[in-house]
Design a protein around this ligand. Structure first.
Ligand SMILES: Cc1cc2nc3c(=O)[nH]c(=O)nc-3n(C[C@H](O)[C@H](O)[C@H](O)COP(=O)(O)OP(=O)(O)OC[C@H]3O[C@@H](n4cnc5c(N)ncnc54)[C@H](O)[C@@H]3O)c2cc1C
Length: 160
C-alpha cells in the first residue's frame, strides 16, 4: 500500500513506527505523559503505552520490530521490564509533506476538503484540524488564523 502511495504522491515522507503497552503496577500512578528519550503515557484501559520506534522500513508484521528499543529508551521507568511483558502493540505510519506541515482545507470550489500529512503529531493535531474544517463547512469562526490556514492549505504546493 505504501509503495503505491509514494508513487501517487512523490513528495510524501513515510516513517514507520510502533509503541508498546505495559500492565505494570509501578506505572499506574503516572498522571501526565513522561517524556525523556522515549515516553510513557498515563494508564488507559489498564495499559500504559510507551514509545516509540522510528523506522524507514515498512512494518507489516510485528516480527521484525525491536521492542527492546522502547524499554531501553524508557529504562528509568520501565525498570525490570522485558518484551515478554508487553500486553499490547500498535504499529503505524507517520506520513509527512516536505515542509512537515499537515495538509488541511478545501482542494476545489466544490468544497472537497482534505486532512492529512499529520506526521508525528496526528494524535495532538487531529481534533483541532477537524474542528477547523467543520467550522469552515458550517461557515462559523475558525479556531486558527488565516495565516495558519494558508500555511497548511493543500493548495500551497500548486506553484511547485
Ligand atoms: C509509533 C507512532 C507513535 C506516534 N505517537 C504520536 C504521539 O505521541 N502524538 C501524536 O500527536 N501523534 C503520534 N503519532 C502520529 C499519529 O499516530 C498520526 O499522525 C495519525 O495516526 C495520523 O492519522 P490519520 O488518520 O491521518 O492516519 P492513520 O491513523 O494512519 O489512519 C488511516 C486509517 O485508514 C485505514 N486505511 C488505509 N487504507 C485504507 C483503505 N484503502 N480502505 C479503508 N481504510 C484504509 C487504515 O487502516 C487506518 O485505520 C504516532 C505515530 C506512530 C506511528
Amino acid at each position: 500500500m505504501w509503495n503505491s502511495l509514494k508513487s501517487a504522491i512523490p513528495n510524501i515522507r513515510l516513517k514507520h513506527g510502533a509503541i508498546a503497552g505495559f500492565d505494570n503496577k509501578l506505572l499506574k500512578n503516572i498522571q501526565y505523559p513522561i517524556n525523556n528519550n522515549g515516553y510513557v503515557l498515563p494508564e488507559c484501559n489498564g495499559i500504559n503505552w510507551a514509545g516509540s520506534i522510528y523506522s524507514n522500513d515498512e512494518m507489516n508484521t510485528g516480527d521484525s520490530i525491536n521492542y527492546q528499543n522502547i524499554i531501553e529508551k524508557n529504562n528509568h521507568l520501565l525498570i525490570d521490564e522485558d518484551i515478554s511483558h508487553i500486553k499490547s502493540r500498535w504499529i503505524g505510519t507517520r506520513a509527512s509533506l516536505p515542509d512537515y506541515l499537515p495538509v488541511v482545507g478545501p482542494i476545489d470550489q466544490d468544497k472537497v476538503f482534505v486532512l492529512g500529512g499529520l506526521g508525528s503529531r496526528g494524535l495532538s493535531l487531529a481534533p483541532l484540524l477537524a474542528e477547523t474544517i467543520m467550522n469552515d463547512i458550517c461557515n462559523i469562526p475558525s479556531p486558527i488564523s488565516q495565516e495558519v490556514k494558508e500555511a497548511i492549505s493543500p493548495l500551497r504546493f500548486n506553484d511547485d
